[in-house]
Design a protein around this ligand. Structure first.
Ligand SMILES: Cc1cc2nc3c(=O)[nH]c(=O)nc-3n(C[C@H](O)[C@H](O)[C@H](O)COP(=O)(O)OP(=O)(O)OC[C@H]3O[C@@H](n4cnc5c(N)ncnc54)[C@H](O)[C@@H]3O)c2cc1C
Length: 453
């Protein structure tokens, strides 16, 4: 017999956790079915030598109210940790060396990352800027138009690498930075748009944050507070009259609302039978692979990397890794532990290299950039579908998906519905919960799913 619940959430990444936590706050009985051994999805933390090692994201920006709402729903306020001032020191590889950069548009006029020629080009843009395009264009086209080719292929693409591990010639400016592009159009000037204050309402705090014990705490806490099954991959979704039947190897559930909060390709597989047109639309969303190489130096300072957040390398610098985070520095510890990110949309094959080849590539980067010594690999984390790619045409794909999905009691959540970041995953989860609640409106809330069979 299938247990009856108000809603089933398929997938326990940040999107699924946000959806289930919100549904619980709305008084609904929701059960989360997660394929993996624990909740959290990409946000997972392992432990090495007693120190947390992030397998995926390392921090979240305090300017996003969605993350604070999730912190509050999971009662994690006491566990929030703000990264120290060290995190403000960031570096970009330029001309074969690390150059410091402050993450604010005005700093471009003073930092050594930017050449004098590029500064003049930026000043020209500020006062006599080209009109922002009204059609959708690639990030590279927009950067070249407003920042000049030299800056576009240097620091600007380094930033794109850091956020999306993507190809700037394919990524959509509108889909990647909707607020920035909207502000640029409203101001009639790209740089003035970039300088405009973000307009997101709700709680905002400056700086970068993590949780005591790492971002895996989101999943661990959700596992304590929500109705959850782990190691329970959903195998089938079937429509039965007004209800959905959700089937795992061990049990099945019947629900009026289903939130599918898996990656797009996994959702495409699940919806193949019940909603083939939506499944085809989901299959069109692209992801880039990425592998995280955690390593540490042989002795304090032997890698000769500076204190700070980390560095990014634009593709024009032809480095092996997309960038490296200075993890110990962020935690205020002396002995250097680092995480280098390899692969992405431009070098997908690198993400699939074996451990020895990954170590050799990162070693070569460290030695040639700083003259320092690399040390040893602690852990390798492979993500074949790491980061959603908001490429040109994404808005049209989303329209096709919405039309194919219709209004049948099945809602989607996941970072692919936004611009690939944690905040997008969490926001999509809250939005999915609101839609599920609207579907359930009028039907009495059920109690817990405990007795599923
Ligand atoms: C290395 C790395 C670094 C990152 N760094 C940052 C960063 O610094 N800042 C930032 O904002 N973002 C970062 N991201 C992106 C961020 O991690 C993601 O946007 C976010 O975690 C995605 O959450 P999600 O819930 O949409 O998907 P996921 O985390 O992918 O969760 C989907 C879940 O669905 C489950 N699932 C799949 N199929 C089934 C099934 N059939 N049945 C049940 N469950 C299923 C999966 O096991 C998984 O747990 C990073 C990502 C990676 C990989």
């Amino acid at each position: 017999m299938a247990a009856e619940v108000d809603a089933v959430v398929v997938g326990g990444g940040l999107a699924g956790i946000a959806a289930a936590a919100e549904l619980r706050a709305l008084g609904r009985a929701a059960v989360v079915l997660e394929a993996g051994a624990q909740l959290g999805g990409k946000a997972q933390t392992a432990t090495f030598d007693g120190a947390p090692v992030e397998r995926g994201p390392v921090s979240f920006a305090g300017r996003h109210p969605e993350l604070w709402k999730l912190v509050s729903l999971l009662e994690l306020e006491a566990d929030v940790v703000r990264l120290g001032r060290t995190a403000r020191a960031r570096y970009v590889v330029r001309g074969g060396a690390l150059r410091g950069v402050v993450p604010h548009p005005l700093s471009l006029l003073t930092t050594r990352v930017v050449t004098w020629g590029e500064r003049l080009r930026l000043l020209k843009e500020l006062f006599f800027g080209a009109t922002p395009l009204t059609r959708e264009a690639s990030l590279l086209e927009v950067f070249e138009r407003h920042l000049g080719a030299s800056f576009a292929h240097g620091p600007a693409t380094a930033m794109v690498t850091g956020i999306f591990a993507g190809d700037p010639a394919k990524l959509s400016a509108d889909a990647c930075f909707p607020d920035l592009i909207a502000a640029a159009r409203a101001k009639g000037n790209f740089l003035l748009g970039a300088l405009a204050a973000p307009t997101t309402p709700g709680e905002r705090r400056p700086g970068l944050f993590t949780l005591k014990g790492g971002l895996g705490r989101f999943g661990a806490r959700a596992q304590e507070r929500l109705e959850v099954r782990v190691g329970a991959p959903v195998e089938a979704l079937e429509r039965q009259g007004d209800l959905w039947r959700v089937v795992t190897a061990k049990e099945s559930f019947r629900a009026r609302a289903v939130v599918v909060a898996t990656e797009a390709h996994a959702a495409a597989t699940l919806l193949g039978r019940a909603l083939p047109a939506a499944s085809a639309a989901l299959g069109a969303f692209e992801y880039a692979p990425m592998t995280v190489v955690h390593w540490r130096e042989t002795e304090v300072g032997s890698a000769k990397l500076p204190q700070g957040f980390g560095y990014l390398a634009p593709p024009s610098e032809r480095r092996f890794a997309l960038g490296t985070l200075f993890l110990s520095s962020l935690r205020g510890e002396a002995r250097g532990q680092y995480a280098s990110f390899v692969g992405g949309a431009l070098e997908p094959a690198r993400a699939g290299l074996d451990d020895a080849a990954l170590a050799a590539g990162v070693r070569q980067d460290v030695e040639s950039l700083t003259g320092g010594r690399f040390g040893e690999v602690l852990h390798v984390q492979r993500w074949p579908q790491a980061v959603f790619q908001p490429v040109v045409g994404t808005a049209a794909k989303r329209d096709a998906l919405r039309a194919a999905l219709g209004d049948q009691g099945l809602v989607l959540a996941g970072s692919y519905l936004g611009s690939a970041a944690m905040k997008d995953a969490v926001r999509s989860g809250f939005e999915a919960a609101a839609r599920a609640q609207a579907l359930l409106d009028g039907s009495p809330a059920l109690r817990s799913a405990g007795g599923a069979a």
